[in-house]
Write a protein that binds this ligand. Structure first.
Ligand code: GLA
Length: 421
């Protein structure tokens, strides 16, 4: 689902972001980096707030990158600089018994998941008793922070990948995913699901990933080619903070709903069960659970349509894309009405996308509460659709949103050798 030139070119392309992080490393630490690694962000095509319910998601890795340049230190400390947060290096010890607590309370908070990723990666590889190994890290990214495209998991994966290479840890892809998950949950404090690190590690360009988040297994399904469909990413630039906020509230509602149904997770819930148990659930639990049950079905249906189209090698994608578009819009409305994670800016983008010709479907992507929307458009209309959205957004909010094309790319752990600098 690539539509030609996107933001992922020039200074913001993979090479550009990697080069920026290498230059930042040399400038801030006075030595050249021992290794430079990148990891892509992701757009979830459909399947929102299903991952932590043991359900299904259908994301792609996209051509926007986080890059980390790393060098070794022998003092057991982690020093981090980031292009996004200019200033002195943030520093903390990553060896010894107090390391976990030190990283958890690191100030500024943005550095916690980064130092946490280092800590988890080295621990996984070496066990707790090995002498601490230190690292200096310089971070750059072309992913909007808090934009719903997994900027934080991309940085964590790039850190884990760089530390793995620099220190010769020999981590497996599953180990890397695990280290990123722990970094996000334990140190950033976001009780996220499996989707982001898993797809960022394992995605393959030209395909979407149907991920079964309970089994931890996936299937890669080809997506339409550039000439058949265009994916637009629309950044509302409304920044959402997930830690300790509404995300955790939604997750807790799902857990209570599952408990009310006598289930371990909502993965096994059905609409019939929900209706039969309605009196045992409060309204927000019922609505959250209804979203999850229906969203899982929509993911499987979208995957089925794509799989069938690939198997039949269809020429005319339009009827399939129209059906997928309906599912995308249903997903968005369910996230708005039942899950209540949309906002005025996302509504404006989705309305503007759907109000004219050339769009199959549109929905918020990621956790919601701001961030980005994904628009599935007809290539012949893509530029006009982009303008339509920009103009309406500008009229309504008196500021610009960012509209760009996205392409699906390989994950960080796929053909990893090609990334080595
Ligand atoms: C965030 C989380 C993911 C997932 C999405 C919503 O991106 O990191 O694990 O829960 O929200 O689908």
């Amino acid at each position: 689902m690539s539509i030609g030139p996107s933001q992922g070119v020039g200074a913001d392309g993979k090479k550009g972001v990697l080069a920026r992080s290498a230059a930042l490393h040399t400038e801030m630490f006075g030595v050249e980096a021992g290794c430079v690694r990148g990891a892509p962000g992701r757009v979830n095509l459909i399947g929102e707030h299903t991952d932590y319910n043991g359900g299904f998601v259908l994301p792609i890795a996209i051509d926007r990158w986080a890059a980390v340049s790393a060098s070794r230190r022998d003092d057991g400390r982690c020093r981090v600089v980031s292009e996004q947060y200019p200033g002195e290096a943030v520093e903390c010890g990553i060896g010894g018994t107090g390391a976990e607590e030190a990283v958890r309370s690191l100030d500024p908070a943005w550095a916690r998941c980064i130092a946490g990723a280092v800590l988890e990666a080295t621990r996984l590889a070496a066990g707790r008793s090995r002498p601490p190994l230190g690292v200096s890290l310089a971070i750059c990214s072309s992913l909007p922070v808090g934009g719903g495209v997994s900027s934080s998991a991309a940085v964590e994966m790039a850190v884990v990948s760089a530390v793995d290479q620099l220190l010769g840890l020999g981590l497996s892809e599953a180990g890397a995913v695990d280290a990123c998950l722990r970094a996000e949950r334990t140190y950033a404090g976001v009780p996220c699901g499996l989707m982001d690190p898993y797809v960022i590690a394992n995605a393959e360009g030209g395909t979407a990933m149907l991920l079964d988040c309970r089994a931890g297994t996936h299937e890669l399904i080809p997506v339409p080619r550039d000439e058949d469909a265009v994916g637009l990413l629309v950044d509302t630039r409304v920044n959402r903070a997930l830690a300790g906020g509404e995300y955790a509230v939604r997750r807790a509602a799902c857990q209570r709903a599952a408990a009310g149904l006598g289930l371990a997770s909502l993965r096994d819930a059905s609409e019939e069960m929900l209706l039969a148990s309605r009196s045992r659930l409060c309204e927000d639990e019922f609505r959250a659970a209804r979203h999850v049950v229906r969203e899982n079905r929509r993911v499987l249906e979208t995957a089925r349509l794509l799989r069938q189209a690939a198997e039949e090698q269809i020429e005319d994608w339009e009827p399939v894309l129209e059906q997928i578009g309906v599912l995308l819009v249903q997903s968005h409305r369910s996230l708005r009405d039942d899950y209540q994670v949309s906002c005025a800016e996302l509504e404006c983008v989705v309305d503007a996308a759907l109000e004219g010709d050339g769009v199959y479907g549109a929905r918020l992507t990621g956790a919601g509460f701001g961030g980005c929307a994904f628009v599935l458009a007809d290539p012949a209309w893509a530029s006009r659709v982009a303008r339509r959205i920009e103009e309406r957004f500008d009229r309504q909010f008196d500021r610009r949103c960012g509209v760009s094309r996205i392409a699906s790319v390989d994950g960080a752990w796929v053909r990893a050798g090609e990334q080595a600098q």
